[in-house]
Design a protein around this ligand. Structure first.
Ligand SMILES: CC(C)(COP(=O)(O)OP(=O)(O)OC[C@H]1O[C@@H](n2cnc3c(N)ncnc32)[C@H](O)[C@@H]1OP(=O)(O)O)[C@@H](O)C(=O)NCCC(=O)NCCS
Length: 187
């Protein structure tokens, strides 16, 4: 059985229920819309309000690839019918670095500070702990993204380096902080 094959429910701080699940092809339109919205709400992602500029067909293909990849997990989170977060973890398929996984996360702004980022990160880390190969989880965060850095520190990530001038946001350059978490073997 695949990790997160059935949805999980979590109670949020405001007593609403968060549902975490894998994406299905039917989510493609919602996901593209969501990415445009969160891209416009924050300068801390790799894209702005233009979103990912993918067609529905390309997004459907991506969802299919993520769901069939044993080294990746994409997690969608919903409050009612509203898509409030997309996150993913992917380990390399190259043997020499297959124990390394990268995570990425975003939460819709009107749902910040309710515990969604933390709940979703816990899910990604749990996936890594259950995975047969993954022992290092890594991420990159814009140096000025203090909220996200706090979240990652709370989860146990540690700064391991700085990528100078990695981000170019409207012609202004920002450092990227590189953070790692070394996890034990299977739970
Ligand atoms: C960063 C982000 C994912 C946090 O999501 P969230 O659902 O608001 O986070 P949570 O409510 O689960 O917060 C968990 C912890 O993170 C820290 N945190 C989150 N946002 C914070 C903020 N704005 N300021 C300070 N600490 C913050 C706190 O330690 C918090 O724990 P606490 O509530 O007990 O104090 C969200 O703000 C976001 O999507 N931002 C835009 C995109 C982005 O920056 N993505 C990350 C790119 S690397």
């Amino acid at each position: 059985m695949k990790y997160l094959d059935s949805p999980k429910q979590i109670m949020l701080r405001n007593a609403e229920t968060l549902v975490l699940r894998r994406p299905s092809k039917k989510d493609a339109r919602d996901m593209l819309d969501y990415l445009g919205i969160v891209g416009g709400e924050s300068d801390n992602l790799l894209f702005g309000a233009e979103g990912l500029k993918l067609t529905i067909e390309q997004e459907i293909e991506y969802i299919g690839r993520m769901n069939s990849d044993e080294n990746s997990l994409m997690v969608l989170s919903f409050v009612g019918d509203t898509l409030v977060s997309i996150a993913q973890i992917s380990a390399s398929d190259k043997e020499r670095i297959a124990h390394n996984a990268e995570v990425a996360i975003s939460v819709r702004k009107s749902y910040w500070r309710l515990g969604i980022g933390e709940a979703v990160m816990r899910e990604l880390i749990s996936y890594a702990k259950h995975h047969k190969n993954i022992s290092i989880v890594s991420l990159g965060v814009r140096a000025v993204n203090h909220g996200a850095k706090k979240l990652y520190e709370k989860m146990g990530f540690e700064q391991v380096g700085v990528h100078k001038d990695f981000f170019n946001v409207d012609g202004k350059f920002f450092d990227e902080i590189l953070m790692d978490m070394h996890i034990g073997s299977q739970e």
